[in-house]
Design a protein around this ligand. Structure first.
Ligand code: SAM
Length: 298
């Protein structure tokens, strides 16, 4: 029976992969967990709210999936590697609340998939993410996950966790930090060293939980979301440039106008993007939106 296997034993992982004519695939970012206490803890953290549904990205051989199946009412797991689908049929035997879909998560219509799996109920995301698409997957869910998405609990490389949770004024603070801050609050909740994976990766990992803002609780709301995202993208495109230079060239706004906007908001005109908080970017974005609207009327 699949449910009796220790899916975090390297021996079991090797045997299962070989039985199903497979091996860890680097191109799919396959590093399987080898310490059962880790997926248990991650599932516990993911399940720490009243949300009953979860999407798992990349179940692999199913160690985290099984833990999620014990914590949540419904689990929808999306796995790109078709060789792992029959393997998961074995390892998830008895987990009747799990539905496995063979798909590339980056090509999935997330809102439609969540609706189909959970009928419009609230859901969260939990994953030991493949390292080659960590931030694209996170941003895809945040952008396209719809209003029912409540939180994301994801294991990522330690340096990525630093960037997701950085404070302004630090070297790790950047576009991804300010981008995530638009949707929710990110916190690092657990460290996981490289020795807890097979194959052993070169770097350590960490679990980050992103809790999406409840409607009406957002700390800031730009007048124009598009302007906010264009602004942060321009601001961090070349970190050594001042904000005036990067915004002027990135958004094609004359320098004196950008300087006027920054001064009117109390910023030194030599300020760099990394010193501006997400709320600050929202204020600058709003001022630029007003400027653009005024110009288009003239
Ligand atoms: N959840 C397992 C664990 O914790 O041991 C495996 C995690 S492994 C880091 C990442 C998993 O994501 C692999 O199973 C890999 O095949 C899958 N994966 C990679 N790219 C994917 C994609 N674009 N869509 C869905 N799954 C993907």
């Amino acid at each position: 029976m699949g449910s009796e296997l220790n899916l975090c034993s390297v021996g079991v992982i090797r045997e299962l992969l070989s039985e199903f004519d497979s091996a860890p695939r680097k191109d799919f970012g396959q590093n399987f967990l080898t310490n059962l206490s880790v997926p248990k803890k991650i599932a516990e953290i993911a399940g720490g709210s009243d949300v009953r549904n979860v999407i798992e990205v990349g179940p692999g051989i199913g160690c985290l999936t099984r833990e999620l199946s014990a914590v949540f009412e419904r689990v929808a797991a999306v796995e790109i590697d078709k060789k792992l689908i029959p393997l998961l049929g074995r390892t998830l035997e008895g987990c009747d609340n799990v539905r496995v879909t063979n798909a590339d998560v980056m090509k999935l219509d997330i809102a439609a998939f969540a609706k189909e799996c959970f009928g419009g109920e609230e859901y969260c995301v939990c994953a030991n993410l493949p390292y080659y698409i960590t931030t694209p997957v996170i941003m895809k869910f945040l952008r396209e996950g719809g209003e029912s998405l409540r939180s994301m609990t994801v294991m990522v490389q330690s340096e990525v966790a630093d960037r997701l949770t950085a404070r302004e004024g630090t070297a790790d603070y950047g576009m991804i930090t300010a981008g995530i801050a638009y949707y929710g609050h990110a916190e690092r909740v657990m460290k996981v060293s490289a020795g807890n994976f097979y194959p052993v990766p070169k770097v350590n990992s960490a679990v980050v939980r992103i809790t999406l803002y409840e409607a009406g609780e957002e700390p800031f709301r730009p007048i124009d979301d598009g302007m906010y995202f264009s602004l942060i993208s321009a601001a961090f495109a070349e970190r050594r440039k001042t904000l005036v230079n990067s915004v002027s060239s990135g958004l094609s706004i004359p320098k004196p106008e950008v300087e006027r906007v920054l001064s009117s908001l109390g910023y030194d005109v030599r300020v760099r993007g990394e010193a501006v908080s997400p709320e600050g970017f929202c204020r600058i974005s709003d001022a630029l939106s007003v400027l653009r609207a005024r110009e288009s009327q003239e």
